[in-house]
Design a protein around this ligand. Sequence first.
Ligand code: ADP
Ligand code: MG
Length: 242
Amino acid sequence: MLRLDGVSLTIEGKEIIKELNFELRRGEIHTLLGVNGTGKSSLAYLIMGIPGYKPSKGKVYLDGKDITDLPVHERAKRGITLAWQEPVRFEGITIGEYIGLSAGSGVDISKVLSLVGLSPFRYLNRLNDGTLSGGERKRVELASVLAMKPKVAILDEPDTGIDPLSIPEVIRVIKEMKRSGSSVLLISHRPEIIRMADRASVLCGGNIQKTDSPNETFRWFEGNCKGCDYVNEPEVRKSGTL
Ligand code: ADP
Ligand code: MG
């Protein structure tokens, strides 16, 4: 469904991603693990087509079509969406209207709000503005992804940051995304969340070091990455720390 073929990404002269290959299969939940600073968010931005994250090498394919040179809105139109680690706000419209902007036809916005733990009675007509807490904003963002029913949903650490969603909530939302037909690329470190995925991969040294069942991958991650401060410094790799 979504395929990265030999992609490299350089930011401020530093090669963050190096000829990386990756595939997100249709209908799967795929977790991406990696210590802080390995480039997980950068990879998410690259897939979404965010300016500044264009690969210097390699191709990105969606359903076999080359989307490497398409801008964000074109990718969004084709069904890729990203729930931001720190969601953006749209001032002046209600939460219901905001979710409605991305909702497919026939989507019950009240139901979607309930699924992310926001009572429709209290939130549907509330303004989507600066008075919302971080956690409420995250929930609104996830609700809009749910309502969109995208082909590919990328969720960047929905379970961390200020006022995160609880693990059971995240699991409920992701299951619902899968049920409604989305493939999910989920960046997370929580064992409970990794375990619910169909497959999991470890990003380190600019490439995918392992892809396997969640249990196998998590074991590998714990054994190889815990306590390792190697991130993306090629010198360290040469000296054999990785
Ligand atoms: P992760 O999400 O795995 O913690 P990131 O993708 O956020 O990692 O970051 C990977 C590396 O790229 C880090 O060294 C980070 O500082 C750097 N980086 C990412 N985006 C930018 C940017 N816009 N400007 C400068 N450096 C960046
Ligand atoms: Mg990140």
